[in-house]
Design a protein around this ligand. Structure first.
Ligand code: AP5
Ligand code: MG
Length: 220
């Protein structure tokens, strides 16, 4: 089962993808999480990516395409995967199509998680993320506070603020999304696999709606 999530920064892709991936028992491949892990580990890809991420712009396509080619051809992805944050422009979408052709798989559903833009800045600046790299659950100081301040409900590790979640970077990240990623809605809209889900509201209700949509679109 191959699923892709589109949505602006702060739309709730990570929040929902974690739950959907667990429910469907497929890996959640978040481009942002993979890049942050590479930055932390000081790999060649991470060193190349950092300055772009710090400016709120896209990391060069070759870094992402190589990263996802590796992931998608691994045995972990044999039963399917959930893509969050890749592809993020037309060149990456075409590269993904070519990779899927090579491994003889199709995208079964593309979810566009839509949130009113006026809500995104507060969601992003109030986000706190688990520091445990096997967990990385997102919380929010107001909308999804952890039971114990500063600690993850799932694994108990400490929470941190992402380097790019500063208010002054948010506008740039949103412009990058509108200019480069939003056109993918039309790209996938031409196929019958796009499903728009309203991302405003309670996370639990959004999750229920998502599962129903995935069941009808790809018999999840
Ligand atoms: P990435 O990490 O992908 O960031 P993003 O797309 O900006 O998305 P976010 O992770 O900020 O938002 P989200 O939708 O996951 O929201 P979340 O669930 O956390 O990318 C970071 C950078 O990496 C990019 O800027 C770029 O430089 C680079 N990059 C990544 N992919 C790339 C690619 N393919 N090509 C080139 N460069 C790439 O939720 C947000 C907050 O809201 C949380 O606090 C959460 O608790 C809260 N929340 C969630 N749902 C709700 C709800 N329903 N109601 C209220 N609050 C909610
Ligand atoms: Mg995310």
């Amino acid at each position: 089962m191959q699923i892709l999530f589109l949505g602006a920064p702060g739309a709730g892709k990570g929040t929902q993808c974690k739950r959907v991936a667990k429910q469907l028992n497929i890996p959640h491949l978040s481009s942002g999480d993979l890049l942050r892990e590479a930055v932390k580990a000081g790999t060649e890809a991470g060193v190349k990516a950092k300055s772009f991420m710090d400016q709120g712009v896209l990391v060069p396509d070759d870094v992402l395409i190589a990263m996802f080619r590796d992931k998608l051809s691994s045995s972990d992805c044999a039963k399917g995967f959930l893509l969050d944050g890749f592809p993020r422009n037309l060149a990456q979408a075409e590269a993904l199509d070519a990779m899927l052709k090579e491994i003889k798989k199709d995208l079964l559903c593309v979810v566009d998680l839509k949130v009113d833009p006026s809500l995104l800045t507060e969601r992003i600046t109030g986000r706190r993320v688990c520091t445990n790299k096997a967990c990385l659950t997102p919380f929010h100081i107001k909308f999804q506070p952890p039971a114990k301040e500063g600690h993850c409900d799932t694994c108990g590790s400490t929470l941190m603020t992402r380097d790019d979640d500063k208010e002054e970077l948010v506008a740039k990240r949103l412009t990058t999304y509108n200019e480069q990623t939003a056109p993918l809605i039309e790209y996938y809209g031409k196929r019958s696999i796009l499903k728009t889900i309203n991302g405003d509201g309670e996370p639990e209700a959004i999750f229920t709606e998502l599962l129903a949509a995935l069941q009808s679109k790809c018999h999840a």
